[in-house]
Design a protein around this ligand. Structure first.
Ligand code: URA
Length: 209
């Protein structure tokens, strides 16, 4: 089983990473940058999407073209995953959106599901799980468990910042699911934060702290 881990280091992504790591960045700029990083990661994540050949009439003549031939489902893990949806949806406007509401018990750090709603046909779709922070890996792993139970066969995980603990957990639980991140940080703190990370992503997106 191939354990694929892609850390997308690119000047545009790295520039926006500096912005979202900066504690002085306000919520508006933070939201915009998270969304834009999501869009930039999509380029690599969708590289192997199925396409089909079509013939298109240009104003001058006929052109052989390739159009997408595979449904895409985005599944943001609430709430921080919502911050990545718009950027990706702009690039893949035909994508359907599922929602998975999960929270981490602050003491045990274990994930709990409180809401799950997905479009039909997960089986035939590329299902992209979105959660900006791959911390313990428990939340994303559980999200993927649920999607597999609902029939999803081709799943990819896309986040922004990860740490070795989260990557290891996800690769152990779901070695078939490729991981795409913009950065891989040093470690997880005792409080469950990624170090140096960017703080609480949900709070920074939605201004709750
Ligand atoms: N979730 C966050 O929002 N930030 C972290 O550093 C870890 C988990």
């Amino acid at each position: 089983m191939n354990k694929k881990l892609v850390i997308m280091s690119h000047p545009l992504i790295n520039h926006k990473m500096a912005k979202i790591r900066d504690k002085a960045t306000n919520a508006k700029e933070f939201r915009e940058s998270v969304s834009e990083i999501g869009a930039l990661l999509t380029y690599e994540v969708t590289r192997d999407l199925d396409t089909k050949e079509v013939e298109i009439e240009t104003p001058i003549g006929k052109a052989d073209c390739h159009i997408l031939d595979m449904p895409v489902v985005l599944v943001p893990v609430l709430r921080a995953g919502l911050g990545m949806v718009d950027g990706i949806h702009n690039i893949v406007p035909t994508a359907k959106i599922g929602h998975l509401g999960m929270y981490r018990d602050e003491e045990t750090l274990e994930p709990h599901v409180y809401y799950a709603k997905f479009p039909e046909n997960l089986k035939k779709s590329l299902v992209i799980v979105l959660d900006p922070m791959l911390a313990t890996g428990g939340t994303v792993s559980k999200a993927i468990d649920i999607l597999k139970e609902r029939g999803a066969k081709k799943i990819k995980y896309v986040g922004i910042v990860g740490c070795p603990e989260g990557v290891k957990r996800l690769q152990t639980d779901h070695p078939d699911v490729p991981i795409y991140l913009a950065a891989l940080d040093s470690h997880l703190t005792d409080q469950g934060y990624i170090y140096p990370g960017l703080g609480d992503c949900g709070d920074r997106l939605f201004g709750t702290k």
